[in-house]
Every structure is written in C-alpha cells, then in structure tokens.
Design a protein around this ligand. Structure first.
Ligand code: NAD
Ligand code: MG
Length: 403
C-alpha cells in the first residue's frame, strides 16, 4: 500500500453510515480503518473484531470510538478490558462473540477475516440482510452456492472487495448476461514469475512474502506466489457473476494496473485500471453506488510506460489448473482445496515443507478426498464446515510424507 497522498479534498459519502469491521487488525482491516478515519464524519463504527492483537484492536476502537471491540482469542479478554477501561467501549471475546458482532445492526459489514474462520461471522452478517463488503474470499470458494443462496434469501447486498472482482463489477456495469463473452482476471505473477522449477523448489518464505506490487496479509501473499490466489479468484468470480467456468480466464500482467477485462459479444473489451492499492476497491464497496475519495497514488500511464500481458505458465504454477479442476468438479471440492491450501501454506511458512510442496499437498488431498467419496454436494454451512474439517484432516495426513 502506498502512503503517497494526493492532497485532494476529501469528499465524504452520504452518511454517517454505520460500519462493522471483522478482521480490523489485518491488512484489509487497516486499509478500511484508514479510509474511515480520513472520512470520520461519514462513518460510525459499530464493532471491530480481531483474533489476538489486543493492542491494535484497542487502539483502533479508541480512535474510532467504536461501540464494541471483540477479541477472538478468549484468553485475551482481560487484557482487552484493561486496554479499554474508562472508554465506555463494550468488549467481548471468543468465536461466538465475533459472530455476534457481525449480527449487530450496521449499514455495512466489512468481512476481512482471513480463511475459513471468516465463514460463520460473514454468514451471520449476510443473514441479517446487511451490505457485506466481502474481502474474505473463502466464503465464495468454500461455500459458494450456499453463500449466494443465503445472500438471496436475506436480500443482503454483496460487494466484492477483491480488486479483480471490484474491477469486474465496474466493467460489467449492469450488462445483460447474454452480452458478456468473457471475464479475464489479471495476475501479477507474484515474486517468482520468472523463476524456473529448480529455483521454485528452493524458494523460502521470506522470498515468497516479498510481493512485487501488493502489500497484503501473509496467507494471500503466499497464495499470490503459487498463483493459488488466482485459482481461488476464478471460483470467486464464478459465483459472483453470471458466467460459466469456461467464460473465465486469467492473464499475467506484471504491472498490476489493469485488474480485470470484460469482453462483450460485439468485440468491445472494458477494463478497469488503478494503481495497486486495496483502498480503491475498499472505498468502492463502502460507498457504492457512489464514490468516495481514497488517498491513493494516482495512475499516470505515461509514467508507467508499458503495460504487458502474458499467458500464465501452468506447468510451473499448477495451482491454477488444480483450482479450475476443483471448480469444474463442483460440490465440496473447492472447500477441500481451500482447506488443504490453508494447511499447506501454514506448513510452508513454518518451514515444514518446500514451496512447490504446497500445491502437491493440495492436489494429493483432493485425490484422497475423491478416492474416499468425500466430495459431496453441500446444502448448508454446516456441511461446508464439515468438508473444511475433512479437508484439513486429509491434508495433514498427506503432509507427513513431505515434512
Ligand atoms: P490478514 O492476515 O492481514 O488479517 C486477517 C484478520 O483476520 C486479522 O484482523 C485477524 O485478527 C483476523 N483473524 C485471523 N484469524 C481469525 C480467527 N480465527 N477468528 C477471527 N478473526 C481472525 O489478512 P488480509 O490480507 O487482510 O486478508 C483478509 C481477507 O481478505 C482474506 O480472505 C484475503 O484472501 C482477502 N483479500 C485480501 C487482500 C489484501 O490485499 N490483503 C486482497 C484481496 C482479498
Ligand atoms: Mg485479488
């Protein structure tokens, strides 16, 4: 995220709009807080949640005068209570309290918890019929059909925060589904775009965490290095937009200026561009259908000079193939893919397995799930969570062969 402010006048959105941020201490959470604090007259914070970082949570709650602060790790409740004593800010702790925070009355809920841990609270926000600014892509990857049904049933409003999907929303501009030919998501290619297989085999967590264009949380940064992130995003796009899996594609674009391209039946292609800074898609989700100002670096195409595009190399980066296959397989295959990937990324970050082993573990977990008949159609969140748990169990079994 760039800090280069433009010095433009801040135009507040119509408001104040009440807002809850789930995952307030993460990369997306902090970017959201930055926008909120620059437009403080436009937003009122209902609740902020975090898993374990009491200091950052308490500081954000004090600064924004939040009504409620929730820490997921229940053993840290006392510490949070002390940090907020005398402020009048209510506190709560534990996973159920995080979900309860999502149910508090608010105009908008920013769903920015990482991983499957975000499913229950985000579903709760949806059930309340809120506007949900969705950063947690796992809701769509693991629970796509169930999640989209819940959105429709509750008449919730879903706005994607992932930059490619925010770009698609804009480039689609309410187009008739039959006029859309193709949606192509761009991928930066990550830090290893030009590395060969031998180099990839030896890649370290430090090298993988050094993303060339985006500043993000650790999990998604590793996913960007394997290209699993782009695979997860294909699944996300499939559920968000009225297209088939065959109409979705990816292209590597190292500058990360163009975020998505939508092609129409008349040959026209609409692309959305912006300097890579998550505050742009977050601002759109918060202010849609209006726009609010975001202090991001302005795009100067003459200064950028060249925008280049190349096909992804699925031999070196097979995560894309595996994710697309899971989408086509359907049922709980994407939930198992996502769970196995979370387990494998954690193992890579703790140096138990190598970089290329991440995708091997995911592929073998899916094969094991298929062999056991564990890929089924999930009709409820409970069934999705069971598939997630099964995916983690199977992945840990596979993992022991690599450590
Ligand atoms: P992060 O790791 O920086 O932050 C995660 C947040 O979730 C933290 O506030 C943490 O306290 C909270 N959290 C973690 N485990 C939890 C648990 N068990 N229960 C409750 N809360 C928990 O992650 P991030 O990079 O901000 O990403 C958040 C989500 O947004 C992910 O799903 C990611 O894929 C998606 N996303 C992120 C970016 C980005 O630029 N960072 C871009 C697109 C999509
Ligand atoms: Mg993205």
């Amino acid at each position: 995220m760039t800090e280069a402010a433009t010095g433009r006048e801040q135009v507040p959105v119509a408001g104040p709009r009440t807002l809850t941020i789930l995952g307030a201490t993460g990369s997306i959470g902090k970017s959201t807080l930055d926008l909120v604090e620059r437009n403080s007259a436009a937003f009122e914070i209902v609740a902020l949640t975090a898993q374990s970082n009491v200091a950052d949570l308490a500081s954000a709650a004090r600064r924004t005068r939040a009504r409620l602060a929730v820490i997921g790790d229940a053993s840290k409740h006392e510490e949070l209570r002390e940090a907020l004593s005398g402020t009048g800010i209510r506190t709560a702790a534990g996973p159920e309290a995080v979900t309860a925070a999502a149910a508090e009355r608010a105009d908008c809920v920013m769903a920015a918890i990482v991983g499957a841990a975000g499913l229950e609270p985000t579903f709760e926000a949806v059930r309340q019929g809120r506007r949900v600014a969705l950063a947690n892509k796992e809701c769509l990857v693991s629970a796509g059909d169930v999640f989209m049904s819940a959105v429709a049933d509750a008449k919730a409003e879903l706005l994607p925060v992932d930059s490619e999907h925010s770009a698609a929303l804009q480039a689609l501009a309410g187009a008739a589904p039959e006029s859309i030919e193709r949606i192509v998501l761009t991928a930066s290619g990550g830090p290893f775009r030009t590395w060969n297989s031998e180099e990839l085999e030896r890649a370290t967590p430090e090298q993988a965490l050094r993303h060339p264009n985006w500043s993000m949380g650790a999990k998604i940064t590793i996913d960007s290095a394997t290209l699993m992130n782009k695979g997860l995003e294909l699944i996300e796009a499939y559920h968000l937009f009225p297209v088939s899996a065959q109409q979705l594609g990816t292209v590597v674009h190292p500058q990360s200026i163009v975020h998505c391209l939508v092609s129409y039946t008349d040959g026209s292609v609409l692309a959305q561009m912006a300097f890579p800074d998550m505050r742009t898609p977050i601002a759109l989700a918060l202010s849609w259908p209006q726009r609010m100002s975001a202090p991001t670096q302005r795009l100067d195409l003459a200064a950028v000079g060249t925008l280049s595009f190349e096909p992804p190399d699925e031999k070196r980066f097979p995560a894309l193939t595996i994710a697309r296959d899971a989408l086509l397989r359907g049922g709980t295959a994407p939930a198992i893919l996502s769970a196995a990937n979370e387990v494998a990324v954690e193992a890579f970050l703790s140096r138990q397995i190598g970089f290329l082993d991440i995708v091997r573990v995911v592929a073998e977990t899916l094969e094991a799930a298929e062999a056991r008949g564990a890929i089924i159609t999930a009709g409820s969140l409970a069934e999705v969570l069971a598939a997630d748990a099964e995916g983690r169990r199977l992945a840990r079994d596979v993992l022991v062969r690599y450590v």
